[in-house]
Design a protein around this ligand. Structure first.
Ligand SMILES: C[S@@+](CC[C@H](N)C(=O)[O-])C[C@H]1O[C@@H](n2cnc3c(N)ncnc32)[C@H](O)[C@@H]1O
Length: 268
């Protein structure tokens, strides 16, 4: 049984948040946040899916604010919420640098306890496989909180992964790395990722062993939703799915899609 909640990555921990930010901003891979050119393209797509500016948009789990700041630059009034302190610091400095501070604000908050705002948003986005990182039973509750943050009829755009990027079973590896999410100095990194198809669960575990013998570990899990269960999942969250695209393309999604962009509306 690979999943062990004791090791699940705590995104709110300042040291992890700082190291994760390094991964987010690394332009050599798309592993945490996408590279700048990809984000630019995705924001162009989002602008076609969201109501016209200056509508009010919630960027839920906004990370370093790459989408939020670009949407603000396009005239939207944006609020970014995230648990990661380093990500939020970066997001605020990006807003200063892009001179969009008046149109975007960043707040520390947990999607599991998100309270409805005084003035509901016209739209919300949840980008880069955030929803499936919550245990299955929690996913409709998180969606319900997001729905309650929107005005009736408000649009929610959620990017979800349907297939893991590995075949069923277990893959293990090791390497000596100069740094990783687990530490800032050279260490031995042992990795292990398991996809259990009948549970649709994916667990990546990493263990770092340092020169002084100390050890650190983290686990990142995903509880993937089968294609045919997406609509019922959103319905339980108080949202009606209006379209599903194959990733960021304009093609309709299918059960074979690796990821989907779900467009839903808050039910009245
Ligand atoms: C893969 S990153 C995606 C960030 C951003 N949406 C993007 O695409 O650039 C996942 C983000 O989710 C945030 N996160 C994880 N759990 C969260 C929670 N319970 N509430 C709010 N944010 C959370 C993390 O801090 C991290 O910034």
């Amino acid at each position: 049984m690979p999943f062990d909640p004791r090791w699940e990555l705590d995104w709110s921990r300042p040291d992890y948040s700082r190291r994760l930010l390094r991964e987010h901003l690394d332009q050599s891979h798309d592993g945490a946040t996408r590279r700048t050119a990809v984000v630019d393209e995705q924001v162009r797509r989002l602008r076609r899916l969201l109501p016209e500016p200056p509508s009010r948009v919630l960027d839920a789990a906004c990370g370093p604010g790459l989408y939020a700041v670009r949407l603000a630059a396009a005239g939207y009034d944006v609020t970014g919420v995230d648990v990661g302190p380093a990500a939020l610091r970066h997001a605020r400095s990006l807003a200063r640098a892009r001179a969009v501070r008046g149109r975007v604000r960043f707040q520390r908050g947990d999607l599991r306890t998100l309270e409805p705002p005084k003035r509901p948003y016209d739209a919300g986005i949840v980008i880069y496989y955030v929803l499936e990182a919550f245990p299955r039973a929690e996913q409709p509750r998180v969606l319900r909180r997001l729905a309650r943050s929107l005005r009736p009829g408000g649009v929610l755009v959620v990017e979800m992964r349907l297939q893991p990027d590995q075949p069923p079973g277990r893959i293990a590896w090791w390497d000596v790395v100069p740094r990783s999410v687990l530490g800032d100095r050279r260490h031995l990194l042992i990795g292990d990722s398991t996809y259990v198809p009948h549970r649709r669960s994916f667990v990546l575990r990493e263990i770092a062993v340092f020169d002084d013998g100390s050890v650190a570990a983290q686990q990142t899990s995903a509880w993937l939703c089968p294609f045919e269960r997406i609509q019922p999942l959103f319905r339980r969250g108080g949202l009606a799915v209006t379209a599903m695209y194959d990733g960021w393309t304009r093609r309709r999604a299918s059960a074979l899609s690796e990821s989907v962009l779900v467009i839903a509306r808050r039910e009245p």
